[in-house]
Write a protein that binds this ligand. Sequence first.
Ligand code: ZN
Ligand code: ZN
Length: 303
Amino acid sequence: MVYTVKEIDDNWMDPDFKFFVNRGAPKKCMEFLMQNKNMKDEYLGACLDYIRWGGQETVMYELGTKGIINFIQQWMNLNENNLIWNEKAHSKNFSLSYIKLDKCPRDENHNRTIKDLSGRVRCAHKSEKGLKPSFVRSFNYFDKNSQVCVVNYWEDEPTDNLPDCAWDENTGKLLEDYEKEWEKYEEQMKKFKEEKPTFIFEDICYSILSDEKVVLSLEEVLDRLNLEPRTKTVYCRDRFSLCKRVDELKKSDKEAYKLTRRCPGHEEENNQTIHPFSGWKLTWYVQKWYEQFVDKQVLVFKK
Ligand SMILES: [Zn+2]
Ligand SMILES: [Zn+2]
């Protein structure tokens, strides 16, 4: 999914920040700020900028999204009655990163739209497909364009299940099993040709075109600005060695592991986040997130 992220080239670190002289490795800085009331009466911008690694064009935190949220919440708790976000105010037209698309990402010829209950504008293109009921199969998947789990149906044509040819090594004749399988196959082919496509599957596209009117959680706001993937694959030692966490594997991976005896990798939260701007600017987004809520009932994690 492509969000519109405003890149800001102005980048500054504050030498007046009261802990600046003691600045050591970013991880140490972070541990220090998380202690006691060290972040009380400090700008969130200064605090976030104090704990980052700086590169030429990007800024890296040794914290995953959850870690940054935890850090921000600690700051918010300490400064509950005096949320001083930033030294400089953001510009008037500064906004969060929303999905803003002119055309449906699945097919640019789709042109009907609807608004869902949360205020997202979605594609309402409808298509109908008739399938032969005896050959219908289904699978679930997470659709990136609509950001929902959908069920898709397809037709399992017998032509894809042609029996393997097999001869007796000694006599050179076809194996009896093979002949039986071939008969079965021909029966299925006949059935497939004669059956009418009476299973009607109605597919509505639902791809998101805009979510500008939607209240975003802090988790979503941060994820959309993060240039790193949210999770990463880690191996017990490397991808050719034994797995020490077999119990945690999902069923299909467990089955595969019995044969391969190689760690298939484990999906874990990435403990690094990267942004194309300083902590001060990241704070503008956090402030903008907070300003979505009039009653202080903030939404931190994605529903
Ligand atoms: Zn569409
Ligand atoms: Zn493993």
